[in-house]
Design a protein around this ligand. Structure first.
Ligand code: FEO
Length: 162
């Protein structure tokens, strides 16, 4: 059985993951509107990943005999600037997600919930990957600066993400 504290913290994290998906879907809509379909496709994949993260937690709560309570998801921003500034936002957002997973880990730790701590290992490793991906794209966007031909090439590459 999950303690109420752990159950509540996981429910909060389900909302955080769904919000992440919503944020990236909003970024996808922006990229569609500025004719960068590769970046839009990348964001759509990211949206699906975030939904999968939420569902992994959803299933975990159920597997442990807890009760998922879905919370309200905030409206994401819709005004975005350059791809560079968007990826600065992505990296900052992922760092914030890492902090919320760490917070969840602390709750599970104080409740001595070793099973949840074990399940959270997957999320901690995933956050390393998430921050690494955002950092890489951000570094490449910094390299190309205002060079639009290079941006179109990066867009094509981004569209290949599976
Ligand atoms: Fe679910 Fe991007 O962290």
């Amino acid at each position: 059985m999950l303690s109420k504290a752990v159950e509540g913290a996981i429910n909060e994290q389900i909302k955080n993951e769904l919000y992440s998906g919503y944020l990236y879907l909003s970024m996808a809509a922006h990229f569609e509107s500025v004719n960068l379909p590769g970046f839009a496709a990348w964001m759509r994949v990211q949206h699906q990943e975030e939904t999968a993260h939420a569902m992994k937690l959803f299933d975990y709560v159920n597997d442990r005999g807890g009760r998922v309570i879905l919370q309200a998801i905030e409206q994401p921003p819709s005004d975005f600037q350059s791809p560079l500034s968007i990826f600065e936002q992505v990296l900052a957002h992922e760092q914030q997600v890492t902090a919320t997973i760490n917070g969840l880990y602390e709750v599970a730790s104080s409740e001595k919930d070793y099973t949840t701590l074990n399940a959270l290992q997957w999320f901690l490793a995933e956050q390393v990957e998430e921050e690494k991906n955002a950092t890489l794209v951000l570094a490449q966007l910094k390299m190309i600066g205002e060079h639009s031909t290079a941006l179109v090439m990066v867009d094509r590459h981004m569209g290949k993400r599976e």
